[in-house]
Design a protein around this ligand. Sequence first.
Ligand code: HEM
Length: 563
Amino acid sequence: MFLQGIANFIDDLMGGFQLVGLAMLVGSIVWALSVLRVASPLSGAPEATLTLSARILRWGALLLAGAQALKIVTKGLVLAATLGTLPLADYASTVQFEAGSIRLLLALVAAAAAAWIAQAPQSLGRWHVGSAVAAAVVVSGGWLVHAVGRFEGRELLMQITVLHQLVAAVWVGGVVQLLALWRASRRDAGLRDFWPEAVARFSPVGMLCVAVLVVTGVALAIDYVGSWSGLFGTGYGSLVAAKVALLAVTLVFAALNFTAGRAWKKRRNAVRPHGPAPRATDRPLTVVARVPSYIEAETFLLVAVLFVAASLSSLPPAIDIPQMTAQVHEVVAMFAPKLPGLTTPSHANLLAGEAERLAIVGRVASEAATDWSDYNHNIAGLFLVGMGAFALLSYLPRMAWAGYWPLGFMMLGVFLFFRSDAETWPLGPIGFWESTFGNGEVLQHRLATLLCFALGLLELRIRNAGRRQSGDPRYAFAVLCAVGGLLLITHAHAPFELKTDYLIQSTHLVMGVLATMMAVGRWLELRLAEGKIPGWSRAAGLFSVSAMLCIGMVLVFYKEPLV
Ligand code: HEM
């Protein structure tokens, strides 16, 4: 039980890191050829950009190899734990093991190729060899996706999925390159002058990737999801819906970057006939003042999309589980406004119900346990709605005192410490070690409780330290929200989950997506304030707080579905 839960979690997490590694690997190659235009007389890219790309290519290949290796080991461990012994020969003859091992080897070859490219980054021939290895890595992924197990349209589905993965990798990899270029340009004037050119050159590549992503994504969704109840009523479908939602927000930033790049290009072309290209240090251009922050926001969102995509691959396609599909109205009912439960059963009743549940095989949760869980969710929701309201107030003049709202997170942390999994330590008879390391769910709840308390403590100090607070700690809240969002998104589903479990998990997935929005909004608020763009900074802050309010509402209206 414990190993299975943790193994699924590690498997999805490694799946996400794999896709990030693949994006850095493939994206670096396309970036070097299409944006840096290696060895072309029109390149204009400083040599440092090529060295940087070769370095990111190498990191990506190593990340992909490492995550792939851990995935192969985790699956073997689960097999051994389930069967009591590891049938190595049988395991080694599975498609997962064979294709996974080939991809691992190819990723190591790509890492070696990257080191070779870095020795002569101006050499187009070396980048071409790198492209060939990257192409093999991409194609090998075709045997690691659902299509390989389909009877109908297997080859076509494999090709569409590989094309979908490829353009996703090119887009995300290009955004990672932009991020790295901007960071490096802070120490290098030559790179800073090349920055606007890089943004302008990459935008059309990004837009093309988005177009192909949407077309191939919709084709895959039609085949694997097949209906509205499949989309909203299954773990698989809801992850596809989450991807579409995250993509929609990401496209706002992609469009802002595209417009800024085009405006810079127009200006450059307007002045070039008579003089040099406008320098990045001239009057602050949007492409310099705002685009770096938008690129950071885009990276947050795209990494979240990749982790959602990775979780997709470990779930059965919606079309294959009609008997476990919730109807759209049942999902809507989970989020529909309801009066929160403000009374809790006694702890003694909870434990009595728990003992009864454990005594009879397959007996569902007791009424006391259901009411206890509803109360926890509803009260947690009221905490967040309260914090959201004060946070909104804190943006009004002479309402700085409302800035103490993060205190609510600390109080919520204490509430969850005592109330979540109350059949275990500290309130319940099951000890700390046995409960924390014997049940994957309890471990994740303890992590969430700790995260909640840390969030409050950090943000309370930062939001009420006024001008005195500067530097990176201010960004911790956004990063912790992003981590929390990823935890909620990746822990959301177990294969072949019961409909009732899915209905519960659907609220976690929505909260995961909202937590990602919270992270992006807070990050942008700080970045744009640093860039002396107060209006947009406030808008980003209000966006973040609104996402927190929505999480609160989901929790206030939460009710365990009746079996
Ligand atoms: C309209 C938007 C989109 C739709 C409908 C969509 C749909 C899908 C579907 C149905 C699959 C699963 C295929 C399978 O089960 O094998 C999938 C896989 C994938 N998607 Fe998307 N997608 C969309 C956008 C995106 C975006 C924006 C990205 C990343 C930037 C992305 C990256 C991926 C990746 C990497 C996979 C492969 C996951 C794996 O098997 O490891 N998708 N997508």
